[in-house]
Every structure is written in C-alpha cells, then in structure tokens.
Design a protein around this ligand. Sequence first.
Ligand code: SAH
Length: 343
Amino acid sequence: MSALYYRTVSLGAVLALAGSLGAGFILGAFLPRMVSARSERVVSYEEAVAGPVQGDAGGGSGPVEGDAGGSGPDAEIPLSAEIYDGPGFARSMPIDRKEDWIAWMREGGRGDSPAFMEERWALAGAFVQSGELKRPEDVRAFLLSPREHFVRARNRGYEYADTWLSIGYGATITDPDVVAMMTTTLEIKPGEKVLEIGTGSGYQSAILSYLTTNVYTIEIIEPLFIETDRLYRDLEAAFPSYSVIKRKLGDGYYGWEEYAPFDKILVTCSIDHIPPPLLKQLKTGGVMVLPLGPPGRQYIMEVKKEASEDGGVTLSRRDVYNGMSVRFIPFRNEAGGSYSASP
Ligand code: SAH
C-alpha cells in the first residue's frame, strides 16, 4: 500500500474469485507468485478516458491523522557524488555471489551497514526465486536501495521484514515484495519517463532512480510530502541518484501534465477505475501498473496502451499476481474523499 495492509489468499477469496472471474483463475489463486502471461482486452480506450467505467465503490475514507514518525537519515555516509552517472552506475555491480556484491558496495564507499546488506541480499534472493524480481537491472536497483532510510524510526528492526509498515498520516511504506513486483512489471529502460502516484516514504521512487534519470512523483498529504522531500535532500550527498527525483505536492489523479507523456506510470494507492487523466498522459506503447479494485481488495494490474492496426488505441490488462488480492491505501482527493466510480 503502499500501503499494503495485508494480502488475502483465503479459500473464501479463492472461491469468490473463481465465481466472479471464471475457473481459469483458480489455478492462479493457488499459485499467487506465478506471473501470468494472460492478458485481456478491457474497455475501449475511448470509454476509459471518457470517465470512470468499472468497479463497485464503497465509502471513501481519507487518511487519518497519524503520528509523524520522522526518521533521521544517517547523513554521515560518505560517497562521492561523481560516482552517479544515472543507471549506468549500477551496471558493473556483480550480483552472482553475495561476497562479490558486498565487496563492490564497500568499494563504492557508501558505508551501508553489513547487517542491512545481508538482509537486503536475502530479500532480493527470495524475490528472484518468487519471480517478483527478474531482470538484472531490477535486482541491482533493489540491492542499491537502502530501505532502512525510508522505514520510520519507530519501526527499527523491521527494515527488511517483508511487510508494509506505517509511515504516519494513514500512509504506509509498501511491502518490499510488492514494490519489487511493480518495478519488475514496468521493465523500465534508461531514459524513460516514469511517473509515480503516491510518494509516501520515498522508497519506491528511490528504486526507480537507479533505473532511469527521469523520475516524477506526486504526493497529496502535505506534511508527508515535506518529510520525504527533506529526507531526499538529506540523503542526496550520499545517494546522488535521489537528486533526479522530481517531486510535487498535489492530487496525482490528474497526473503531471507539464511533463507528460510518460513511458511508465506507477500508482501506489488503490482505486476502482483507471484515472482517465493518467491514461491520457501515458504514451502509446506505455505501461501503467496500479492496484485496481473496490475498497478492501485490489489486484495489481498491468495496463498496456497500444496502437491498434486501424490507427486507434487499445488497452489490455493483466493481473500480475494472477488472482491474489492486495490492499492498498486509498487513492483520495484533496478533500480526503474517495475517487470510487460508484457511490
Ligand atoms: N510508494 C509509497 C506508497 C505510500 S502509500 C511508498 O512505498 O512508501 C500510498 C500513498 O499514496 C500515500 O502516501 C497517500 O498519501 C498517497 N496518495 C493517496 N491519494 C493520492 C493522490 N490523489 N495523489 C497523490 N498521492 C496520493
């Protein structure tokens, strides 16, 4: 959820899914980590950009006032800013053997704690096995991202637990496996423009900054935006890639017109329809990943916007967890209400 509160793979959910989505999904429900190659045509592009088109709604709930948390970044990590040359920087990182990787990290002089490096390596290995990390560049981006700086101070000890954690203001830092899966699904290439909706802790965009130098992120909760903006500034000297993250306080439902179109869009708050403005700001040939579904149960969807033979635009979508539902922090509007399509 970023907010992922929890994931459900209960029998009830499986049966409900089977009933509503057809027997073909049953296997997927029992094999939640297997990535489906199946994709389906959804509504027409014209319908989708005309307005919310699907989903049952439910009461909108705005974020509740939370405690700020506030982690003090470790500002003493030395690292020369010259080392960062965009995603090329990571290319020489060895990822076959832990010892080689750790030696490479030490040489970089970033000063990562040995214990956190061990935990990060273990988590990356688990996600490679589960299929949530696939391309070497995504593995490298994950291995370079110090989750310990984005988890708030009161959650010390859980930095590399595979779970979401509260970051205050009713928001959460997303489970690392879901972050890995969403990142992997986007297949980001150097130079591509990527827009994230829901900056939250800043962890997801930190990962993106190791894949492309064109990262844009929007957060709607002002104190959280300020906190994370300050965190990035504090970390920039040691982690130069964070200086490429362009951030904005505002309602991500409307995207970031000034920098559109985007090659990839990553939504980290849940909604029951694809926001039409985001669909318009996605390049033809682009990919959007979002937690789609009614409040309480979303499926992580990969939406592809493609040119059709007749010169129009088509949309297709794929449930990347193949039937496993997730729960994310709701996509809210400025007034704290919901964007659900039905009342
Ligand atoms: N990517 C973040 C996830 C944070 S939780 C991380 O890994 O830490 C989801 C975030 O979406 C919350 O911070 C919430 O405030 C934000 N959000 C909800 N509605 C939004 C909107 N309309 N525009 C921008 N951000 C929004």
